[in-house]
Design a protein around this ligand. Sequence first.
Ligand SMILES: Cc1cc2nc3c(=O)[nH]c(=O)nc-3n(C[C@H](O)[C@H](O)[C@H](O)COP(=O)(O)OP(=O)(O)OC[C@H]3O[C@@H](n4cnc5c(N)ncnc54)[C@H](O)[C@@H]3O)c2cc1C
Length: 397
Amino acid sequence: MEFQLSPEDEAFRQELRQFLREEVPPEKTGGMSSMNEGDENGGDAFAMAMRKKLAQRGWLTMGWPKEYGGQDASPMRQTIFMEEMAYWDAPGMDLMGVGIVGPTIMRVGSDAQKRQHLHAIAKGEVIWSQGFSEPGAGSDLAGLQTRADLKGDVFVVNGQKIWSSGAHRADYMYLMARTDQDVPKHKGISALLVDLKSTKQGLEIRPIINMAGMKGFNEVFFDNMEVPRENLLGELNQGWYYSMGLLESERTAFINFSAIGRSVIEGLTRLVNDPDARGIASGKRPETRAKLADATIENKVARNLALTVTWMTGKGIRPTYQASVAKVFGTEAFKRLAWSAMSIVGLYGQVERQKQYAPLMGRVNSIYYTSVGMTIAGGASEIQRNVIATRGLGLPR
Ligand SMILES: Cc1cc2nc3c(=O)[nH]c(=O)nc-3n(C[C@H](O)[C@H](O)[C@H](O)COP(=O)(O)OP(=O)(O)OC[C@H]3O[C@@H](n4cnc5c(N)ncnc54)[C@H](O)[C@@H]3O)c2cc1C
C-alpha cells in the first residue's frame, strides 16, 4: 500500500519543511524534552516561542474547527504536521492541550470554559498537564482513589497523582477524581479543570527526575485543595466516559515514532559511512548493515500502520483495534531501533544532547532513554495486546 498525498498536502509539507529549516537551528532541536527543562518562566523559552509561531500560522490547532481557532484540517494534514515536527525534532508541540484537553472542552465544556481555555490553547499561550495516573491506578485507571468532595461552591480534593508529565511547568491540570464513592468505579469519576498557578493551598508538585536525568514527570499531592465548582468539566460523575473519548485524539501522534526513527536511521547511515566519525561502527561491518536494514524494514511497517489509522479516521471508520496495532508495533520498533543505534555509536552514545561529540546532536542518547516509556505511556503494550485480542480477534475477555 502506498499513501499518495494530494498536491495541496504535498505543498503544505514543503512549506512546513522550509519553515522548520529557517526556524529551528540544530542546536535548538530536542522537541521531545524541551518543554520540561529550561528556564523558570513557564517552560523553555524557545519552545514556547515556537509554539506561538506555529499558532500564528494556524498549524498548532489545525485539526480544530474554525470557530475555536482551527482550520478544520483533515487527519492526513495533521499527520503530515506531526510527522515533520517529529522528524526535525522541533520543539513547540502541544499534545496535551491541543490533542486532549481542547477537544474534550469543545465536546462537553461550558460556554465559559470554552471562552476561557480554547483560544488560549489555540494561541499557544498555556501549558496543560494530565492528572490521571495514581500509584495504585494506571492501567486500571477506573480504580483511582483521589477524591473530590463537593462542599458548597467548591470541590475539596484529597489524594495523589503520579507520572503527571510537565505538571511542574503547567498552568492547568486536567484532573480525574472520584466524586461518588458508592457507585461502581467507572460511574463515580469526574473531570476537573484545575488552575495550578493560582491554587495557593493544598497543592504540592514534586518533579521526578527521569532516568535521562531530566525533569519530566511529577508526583502531585492534594491536601484539601479547593477547586471552584464551575471548573467541573461536563457533568458530575461522567469523567470516565469523557476520558475514554479523549484518548482517541492521540492517534495522529503514532506517526511520531516512525518519523523520529527515520531521521535517526538516516543520520546513522551518514555516520557509519563517514571514515572520520569517532568510535562509530563501520557501515562495512555485516552486523551494522543488518541492524540498519532491519530498522528500515520496521520503520516502513510502523509508518504504514500509523498512516492506516490516519486513513481510517479520515474516512470516519473507528480504528477500534488498528490503533493498538500501530501503537504496539510503532513503540516496540522504536525501542529496538534505540538499542541498535546505541550499539552502532558505541560509547559516544552516552554523550548527552548538545554536548560536543554527541552523535546526531544527542538524539541517539535521548531516544535510548525516552523510548522505554513509550511502550507504557498512553496504554501499555500488554493492555494494547488485550485490545487487539478482544476487539480485534473477538477472543473472550
Ligand atoms: C512517558 C510517560 C508519560 C506519562 N505521562 C502521564 C501523564 O501526563 N499523566 C498521567 O496521568 N499519567 C502519565 N503516565 C502514566 C501512564 O499512563 C501509566 O504508567 C500507564 O497507564 C501504566 O500504568 P502503571 O504505570 O500504573 O502500570 P500498571 O498498570 O501497574 O502496570 C504494570 C505492568 O502490568 C501490566 N498490566 C497491567 N494490567 C494488565 C492487564 N490487565 N493485562 C496484562 N498486563 C497488565 C502493564 O502492562 C505493565 O507492564 C505516563 C507514563 C509514561 C511512561
